[in-house]
Design a protein around this ligand. Structure first.
Ligand code: 2BA
Length: 108
């Protein structure tokens, strides 16, 4: 068993959850905040058999789109080391994915 943890943009989370549910995969969505932009995003936790991980990754690839977001003032000054206050944008997404082994899984 593997745990797929995907950090996705809120606008993409529903479509991914719909796709997962349609094929019977169980998932949990946690509301989260990106450490850099401090915007809301979503963490999706999907526990699946190892053979299904690639299928989950395919769904994420299909549904999660890269976008550009303006960087707030605090991050701009970090990026420019205080030399500029000109707003800039950064690319965000599609998805940031971590996969790890699950030692034990029980539904009690
Ligand atoms: P944020 O931390 O809000 O980052 C949003 C986007 O800002 C990132 O997009 C990246 O393009 C840029 N960015 C982040 N830190 C930066 C920095 N120190 N300097 C310049 N640009 C920076 P993504 O890489 O697609 O990440 C989207 C979200 O995924 C992140 O939101 C964060 O919540 C999560 N994430 C990404 N990598 C992670 C990691 N290694 N560990 C934990 N969470 C991660």
């Amino acid at each position: 068993m593997k745990m797929v943890m995907a950090i996705v943009q809120d606008d993409d989370a529903k479509a991914v959850l719909d796709d997962l549910a349609a094929v019977g995969y169980r998932a949990t969505k946690i509301a989260s905040t990106g450490g850099f932009l401090r915007r809301g995003n979503s963490v999706l936790l999907v526990g699946v058999e190892a053979s299904l991980v690639d299928d989950v990754l395919d769904m994420l690839r299909r549904r999660c789109h890269a976008r550009r977001w303006p960087v707030g003032a605090s991050a701009v000054s970090v990026l420019s080391q205080g030399t500029s206050s000109v707003p800039i944008e950064v690319p965000v997404g599609g998805a940031t994915v971590f996969v790890w082994d699950v030692e034990r899984y029980e539904r009690l």
